[in-house]
Structure formats: C-alpha cells, structure tokens
Design a protein around this ligand. Structure first.
Ligand code: C2E
Ligand code: MG
Ligand code: MG
Length: 643
C-alpha cells in the first residue's frame, strides 16, 4: 500500500476512534452522573484523545474572579485538583480573559514581552475555552504529549471540537448540580424547619401546661379548676347528677413562712403538692388556687363523698413533713359546696365553698359544708350589709362600756368598749355577726375609727366628771394591717386631749398571727406612743412563746371560755393558772374575762390574776348607765384630783 494511502487510512481510523469516544462521552454526560464523575470523565477522555500526560479542567468561579481546577487526569492530577488561582495568573488566566484557545500558534497574537514569557513551553500546553449556551464556563487543558511532540494545529482542532461537544453537556451538568445542591439545601432547610417545628410544638405544649398549671407544685391552677368545674357541671346537668367542690386553706401557713422563711414555705407546698398528686382517683381534679389555698373538684359526688374525700385530705395533710430537718405538721380548714344545691355556675360554687371554708376557719372546724345562712352573697346577707353600711355612715353604732377591776386593790380601773348595733327591723345584732361583715366589706377601717373616737370621747367625759379610768377598744385583724392606724389614733387622742396611757387596744392572738410581721410593725408604733396593748381571747389561738416574747404587749386577757368553766373543769383551771404564771414570767398582767360568780373571782384572786371583767361586776352598759355605775358601785374609783 502506498505511503499516502496508509496515512489517509491511519487518519480515518483515528477519526473513527475519536467519533466513538465523542459518542461515549455524550452518552456518559447525559446519563445523569454526578458532576464530579462527568468532569472526571471529560478530562480522562481529553487526555486519551490528545495522547497527553495530563488533562485538566479549570472552571471559572461564580464571581468570575478566580478559576478552580475542578478535575484533572493523568500525571500530577491529585495536586492540581481543587487548586484555585486568580484570573490574572497563568495560561489558564489568559484563556479565560481572552476567551480564545491557547496553543503554540497563539504566540503570534502576543506582544514581545508576553511572547518571551510563554514561548519556552508554548508547544507543551494546549488549552481551549469551554463556552456554554448561557455563559463562559472555563476550559480544558492538555499538557505534554506522551510522544514528546509539541501540540499542533490538528490537536487544537480536535480539542476545540471536543470542547464544543461537551461544553453544553457540562453546562447542563453544572446547572443540574446547582439545582441538586439547591434542592439539597432546601431539603436541609425543610428538615431543620421540621425539627424547629417539633421544638416549637413542644414549647407550645409546655406553655399550655404552664398556663393551666401552678409552676411551684405542678398541680392544676385556678384556670384549670374552673374549666373542670364548667365541664363537670355540664356533665352533671346532662346525667342529672351532683358535683362537689372542696376548698382547702392551710392553717398557720403564714407561721411557716414567717419563722422558717419563704423558701421553706415553698418547699412545704411542693411536698404537699406531691402528696396530693398521689390521691388522684377516678376523675377527681386537685389543684392549687394560689397561696396556701387548694381546691378539689369531684364530679358526680354529693356531700357524703365530699366529706369522705376531705377526711382523706386531712389525713394526708397531717402526716408530718420534713423541711430542713424540721418536722412540720399541718392542718387545714375546708369548705364544701355542691352542684346543684348551692349553685349552677363555677363562680357560685367557688363563692359558696369559700364561705364554707371561712366558717370552718372561724369555728376551728376541719370541714364545713356550705349553709346559706352564712353566705355574704345571699339576699338577706346583702340587705344586712347595706343596712350596716348606712348605720356606719350615720354613726348609728352604739358603744357600751363594761367595767374592769383591779382584784388586789378593788379599784375600778377601766372599761372595755363594746360595739352594739340595733337593726331597725331585726333588733340587736351581735358583734359576732356584724364584725365579720365589716371585715369582708372593708368597712372595718371606718368602723374602728368611729369606735375609737367614741371611746376616747367617753373616757374624756369620765375624766371631766372626775373619774380616772382607762378605756379599752377592740381592733380587728384588718386594722392591724392598716399602716395609717397609728397616726389616726394619735390624731384622735390629740383632738380629745386624752393621755395615750389611758387607751388600751385589744387584739386577738389570731389577728396578730395572721400577718405577724405587719402586725408587729403597727403594734410597735402604737406601743411607742404609750398606748397599752392587750392580747384578747388568749388561749384560743396558737401563739408560740417565741412570738409572744417579741410582741410589745403589756396584758393578756384570758378567754372567757376557760374562765367560765374553771370551777367545774380541772383542765380549764390548769389552763387559767398556767396562763397567769406564763404572763407573769413574761412581765405581763392578766385580765380574766367572763367572770360571772364570786367563786370564780375568789379562785382567780388566789391564782394571782391581776384584773377581772364580767357580768359579776357589770354587764356592758350604755354611757349614761355606766356613769351611774361609777357613781354608785362598791368598787373604788380613783378621782382625777386624788391622782
Ligand atoms: P371580746 O373582746 O372578748 O369581748 C368580750 C365579750 O364577752 C363581749 O361580747 C362581752 O359582752 C362578753 N362578756 C362580758 N362579760 C361576760 C360574762 O360574764 N359572761 C359572758 N358570757 N360574756 C361576757 P360581745 O359584746 O358580744 O362582743 C363579742 C366580741 O365582739 C368581742 O369579744 C370582740 O372581739 C368583738 N367586738 C365587740 N366590739 C367590737 C369593736 O368595737 N370592734 C371590734 N373589732 N370587735 C368588737
Ligand atoms: Mg375584747
Ligand atoms: Mg375576749
């Protein structure tokens, strides 16, 4: 075969080979392989096609400032891959900037200085641009022909054709890759969003829990109790059944807070909450209304079940609680109301249970079932409240005086002022009935000032008439919380020109204990003014010696319930005797109230009691009669001039 033919044949074979390769490349590129595989395949093919040591693919970065060798094949491929260079550097930079191929022939396009720079290795590198439909992508470079020749024009044509063939496919692969990356990012966002949503839902759940639960004890709060009441009432209505509500108020919880601190108080509530949670039976809901108040909703329950549950609660309450190595025992006052007997709305049932609880507390009962007679919200009660308001406005409440005598000297030393209200229709209403209403309505403040004003005036009248006596006024727990009280008392004394030593203020021990800190402050101020302070109904409350010692009082009034029975009851006699001893040891004087017989007076005298008050000496008297009594009684009454 002539030489010429052989060359042509050789060229044809090569062309066929190249075509096969191009077809294969197109197939691979369009087969949806990853961009890395596509790039790898392209460089590998280019290297084989041109028969060179290395082929590589510089691709322009997104901001067009750099190019990156995204793929390489052959010698030094590993070192090249992923290296990044600025657009101004190297042959690649030149191709990128000029968007035309580099081969030895391109030297003719350069000026002298550039040509000197590139000329040495010009034949060993060939680099053609990759231009897609939308944008300039980068290039394909081949380095060092294996046979040692320089790259020639034929190589340039071949690589150019190859580049134009693969460029669109590469552009598509890149676009597809971007799309996939975007999709992956979106998917990652979706997953993150889902996770966040989950967290949000959990937080929402926690918030919802907090909205209807008490954060301290974890028990349902007032809102949830009301909700359970509402639902319970609906079901009870539908099924024609009852429902019970129990309200629980801890006794002496304030003492725990005051003596052991609020942290201990909280700890106690938490322990109690845990204990209560153990009680959850059937569809019962037990929650904390706030402070030391709890409530239980018992769907379907009547009075019997309510009382059974309240006794279970008392049992739970009375198990000792260990707080900071101190053993504390509690008890509580509970009030019960029943649907539909006492109301058909949650608010009514709550009011009724509250009233019942208040009655239990006042009467020192563990539990009390609502009774409309005690209800401050029922019609009769509302009318009484209205009339009482009018009486206060008109200053219609009378003050009676009951004498108090010094047992050793037989001197009438003073009188207790006792309020009397004659209702226009109902007649005499006892203070035990109207004082609680005054307390509930807030009228007690105004009332106390009226009583003080009248008592001080009476005392001054006695003084003007020549009798040196003092007057004692009863204060309610609410008066002790009124910080303006000391100033007002001072004002009244000043207006009537009465010496402060002639006024005694009586407060019940439970009134002081109710808010010890506040009371002690107000009492301190009153005591500093020179006013005598007396603890009324002593023995019925639960003052501890520790409290007593710190209180600025001068007198204990022994409750008439002990005094009245002391002849018949040994226990009462023991209580009276030890109260007198205790008072004397603390430097306090004692007054026995409710002295009705000579026998009692004699025993009290033998026990060393200082003063006595009671029907034996005199009943409480209106002012005019009290005057007559002063004049005519057998007791010594010191006259002002003698003093
Ligand atoms: P208290 O301060 O312990 O008053 C003594 C109560 O015992 C008075 O009842 C008095 O009438 C009664 N009493 C006196 N001697 C005897 C006796 O020998 N035998 C018996 N069985 N009872 C006797 P009263 O007047 O019904 O007052 C009851 C309570 O009402 C008082 O108890 C006091 O806590 C309160 N109170 C009365 N007046 C006022 C007032 O002006 N303000 C305030 N905040 N409370 C008042
Ligand atoms: Mg009194
Ligand atoms: Mg009393």
């Amino acid at each position: 075969m002539p030489e010429q033919h052989r060359t042509v044949e050789e060229q044809l074979r090569r062309r066929e080979c190249e075509l096969d390769m191009l077809k294969e490349i197109t197939r691979v590129i369009s087969s949806g392989k990853s961009i890395k595989e596509v790039f790898g395949f392209v460089t590998e093919s280019a290297r084989k096609l041109l028969g060179c040591e290395t082929a590589t693919m510089p691709i322009v970065s997104d901001d067009q400032a750099n190019y990156v060798y995204r793929a390489a094949s052959g010698k030094n491929a590993e070192e090249l891959i992923d290296s990044e260079l600025p657009m101004s550097v190297g042959l690649c930079g030149w191709v990128m900037q000029n968007q035309r191929p580099w081969w030895r022939g391109a030297l003719d396009l350069l000026d002298d200085s550039e040509r000197n720079k590139w000329e040495k290795d010009a034949g060993t590198v060939i680099l053609v641009p990759l231009i897609g439909k939308q944008r300039f992508l980068g290039g394909i470079a081949c380095i060092n022909k294996i046979n040692g020749d320089d790259f020639d024009e034929q190589d340039l044509d071949l690589l150019t054709m190859f580049a134009s063939h693969v460029s669109i496919a590469i552009e598509n692969a890149m676009a597809f890759d971007e799309l996939r990356t975007a999709r992956n990012t979106a998917e990652a966002y979706r997953i993150r969003l889902e996770k966040l949503n989950g967290k949000l839902q959990q937080a929402n759940g926690e918030l919802q829990f907090l909205a209807v639960h008490d954060p301290l004890t974890g028990l349902p709060n007032r809102a949830l109790i009301v909700d359970r009441l509402e639902r319970g009432i609906l079901t009870a209505q539908r099924d024609d059944r009852q429902l019970a509500l129990i309200m629980i108020d801890l006794n002496n919880f304030k003492d725990v807070n005051d003596t052991l601190g609020h942290a201990a108080g909280d700890q106690l509530l938490v322990s109690l909450g845990k204990r209560f949670l153990g009680l959850v039976e059937d569809d019962l809901t037990l929650g904390r209304l706030g402070g030391d108040e709890f409530a239980v909703v018992l769907p379907g329950a009547g009075i019997d079940r309510a009382l059974a549950v309240s006794s279970m609660l008392q049992d739970l309450l009375q198990q000792p609680i260990d707080i900071d190595d101190r053993i504390i025992t509690l008890d509580a006052s509970m009030g019960v109301s029943i649907y539909p007997d006492h109301g058909t709305r949650p608010s009514d049932l709550m009011k009724c249970a509250d009233v019942a609880m208040y009655v239990a507390k006042r009467n020192k009962l563990a539990v009390s079932v609502y009774n409309s007679q005690n209800n401050p919200y029922d019609q009769g009660h509302l009318e009484l409240t209205r009339d009482l308001r009018t009486a206060i406005k008109r200053n219609d409440i009378d003050l009676y005086l009951q004498p108090k005598v010094d047992m050793r000297s037989g001197t009438l030393i003073g009188a207790e002022a006792l309020a009397r209200w004659r209702h226009p229709v109902q007649g005499d209403v006892p203070p035990s009935k109207f004082v609680p209403i005054l307390e509930q309505t807030g009228l007690i403040k105004e009332f106390a000032l009226q009583v003080l004003e009248k008592a001080v005036r009476y005392c001054k009248q006695c003084e003007r008439a020549g009798y040196e006596i003092s007057v004692a006024v009863n204060l309610s727990v609410h008066n002790l919380r009124d910080e303006t009280l000391p100033d007002q008392v001072e004002d009244i004394l000043a207006r009537h020109d009465l010496d402060s030593s002639r006024l005694t203020l009586e407060i019940t021990e439970s009134a002081v204990m109710d808010d010890y800190m506040k009371s002690i402050e107000v009492l301190g101020e009153l005591s500093d003014m020179g006013i005598e302070l007396s603890i009324d109904d002593f023995g019925t409350g639960y003052s501890s010696l520790g409290y007593l010692k710190r209180m600025p009082v001068q007198q204990l009034k022994i409750d008439r319930s002990f005094v009245g029975d002391m002849i018949m009851s040994r226990d009462d006699a023991v209580i009276v005797r030890s109260t007198i001893d205790l008072a004397h040891n603390l430097g306090l004087k004692t007054v026995a109230e409710g002295v009705e017989t000579e026998a009692v007076l004699a025993v009290l005298s033998e026990m060393g009691c200082d003063m006595a008050q009671g029907y034996l000496i005199s009943r409480p008297l209106p002012m005019e009669e009290f005057f007559l009594f002063l004049k005519n009684c057998d007791w010594i009454v010191e006259s002002v001039s003698a003093a």
